[in-house]
Design a protein around this ligand. Structure first.
Ligand code: SF4
Length: 217
């Protein structure tokens, strides 16, 4: 479990009043759920950093691990395993022994928002943690943004102008700090069931991430 150091992650953070209230309601309704800010998962020195949107109510918010427990994680962990970034193709629970290799998963907003929609203020408020996380990351990393909100959160965390880096599926940007930013549509249930994001499209992005990392060796 990532330490709650108050810099990269704070398990007791209540800086977003609407989200803190929502978590308190969730704890009452589902006492066995995790219901707190969700820590990044994976290697602190990883060179592939996946950035998602926010915790899902019955997923990360229930289990305490990003993309675990709901539909969004199915394709993600399957793909991570296929490209050698995960020890198994399925993430079941925070204590299932799954390991990530040279990879970390984090979210733009650490708490679950109602209807999976954080406000722009909440995205800005939580960006302090992503900024601290990216500041501590190795210089040469691949930042894989899952969706346009994550893309924007990465740019904000790195103080880069959004007008210069437009989100598009499979877009790739060399950033001034040495990182590569890769974009993908989010692997949400909606996107996969409508085939806006197919398995082949998602795998192509991970194949590119793998080849970028291999070139950095
Ligand atoms: S979303 Fe982020 S900033 Fe807002 S309360 Fe949760 S951890 Fe704190």
């Amino acid at each position: 479990m990532w330490p709650s150091d108050g810099v990269v992650f704070d398990r007791g953070c209540t800086a977003c009043p609407r989200l803190a209230r929502y978590l308190a309601e969730g704890r009452k309704q589902y006492p066995h759920y995790y219901c707190a800010p969700v820590a990044p998962f994976g290697d602190a020195n990883a060179r592939l950093i996946l950035v998602g949107l926010a915790a899902g109510f019955h997923g990360a918010n229930a289990t305490g691990r990003p993309f675990t427990g709901d539909h969004a994680g199915v394709l993600l962990y399957q793909t991570l395993h296929r490209f050698g970034f995960a020890s198994r193709p399925v993430s079941v629970s925070i204590d299932d022994g799954l390991e990530l290799f040279d990879c970390r998963i984090t979210n733009s907003v650490k708490c679950v928002p109602p209807q999976n929609k954080p406000t722009s203020t909440e995205i800005r408020t939580c960006n302090r943690y992503l900024a601290a996380e990216l500041a501590q990351a190795p210089r040469q990393v691949v930042l894989l943004a899952l969706g346009s909100i994550a893309h924007g959160a990465v740019l904000r965390a790195l103080s880069l102008p959004p007008a210069r880096y437009k989100f598009a599926h499979a877009a790739e940007f060399r950033l001034p700090g040495g990182q590569v930013l890769l974009d993908s549509y989010h692997c949400s249930r909606y996107n996969t069931q409508t085939r806006r994001l197919t398995t082949a499209m998602f795998e192509a992005v991970f194949a590119r991430a793998r080849s970028l990392l291999d070139a950095m060796d």
